[in-house]
Write a protein of this length. Sequence first.
Length: 381
Amino acid sequence: MQRIPVAGPWITEKEIQYVTDAVTNAWYGNANMFHERFEKAFAAYVGRKYAIALPSCTSALHLALLASGAGIDDEVIVPDATWIATSAPVSYVGATPVFADIDSHSWCLDAGSLEANITPKTKAVIVVNLYGNMPDMDAILEIARRHGIAVIEDAAESIGSEYKGRKAGSFGLASAFSFHGSKTLTTGEGGMLLADDEDVHQRCLFLRDHGRAPGEKQFWNTAVAHKYKMSSMQAALGLAQLERIEELVERKRQIFSWYQEALADTEDIVLNSEAPGVKNTYWMVTAVLDAKMGWTKERLIAAMAERAIDCRPFFYPLSSLPAYEHLEQAAVAHSRNTIAYGISPYAINLPSGLNLTQAHVERVVDSLKALLRNGPYDAKL
Ligand SMILES: Cc1ncc(COP(=O)(O)O)c(C=O)c1O
């Protein structure tokens, strides 16, 4: 039986042509020809002034935090349900992550929990557009403005999503996208940092090139900084994907609608939501099971894997990870973040790769339904 992967890209002849062009021609004086086109087109697509192509979203978040001025003795609020790439850069700059709860519908940062976690040490908040959904941006921006804290948007999973007509990645001081191989738009590995403020942009250009502003004296560095660059082959791949972004996003929404249709008669499963005014691009179709069904995510993923279907666990709350067990406030978050802790044990990401067909989705759903009907069987997991 053919294995169904959990994620994967949609690559066409266009991508192959652009990458071939880059590997053949983007050297010497032409080394940046694809970066310039990719960055300009990406900024225009999202509706930002500036874009910088980078090796990852993690590096983009690192630069954004440095530009926000967050450092030692500062706190940066992050949602408790996300990939550690959101919070790791907080530690890179010497600040402390503070884990706020998520909203029960969007699974993104809860505005009330954000406000409750603000202290005099809070320097910034990183909002995450989880699985392509959008948080309540109006409320979050208003709270951040009132308390004078910077907003950084982790848009890693949300290319093409919208909040009240504005594209994901257009909010706050800076925003970051991921082009990891699992993402809707991929460059294999890669990321993009976006901003509207000229000073923020210039600061990030300086910090990503070993402490040297573009055009400055060669091999003459005025600070110890970072080396965060994307290759021209990746930029070419990204440009080709961006030129196809409408069909990539449409395919993601179609995959979600196939699941929605196939699971319409199934009670006790909640799929990704889409609030009025939000366009969700469903990066990962996610099923939250009712706890009373007796299935944990680990058990269900193992059972699906036996049927040659790869799923992923919903993110473990960051505050539950061994990486953060030394943080006093991780223990506090553990008892306080009831939504993140309530959803995470019972939720899985279903196969959402761009090469999925409706027949694949039906196979996934048939397996899921059969498992749920028969109940959990392997008490060891
Ligand atoms: C929410 C979120 N933030 C950040 C990242 C980091 O992206 P990258 O792997 O490009 O550094 C990811 C990647 O999976 C992510 O899902």
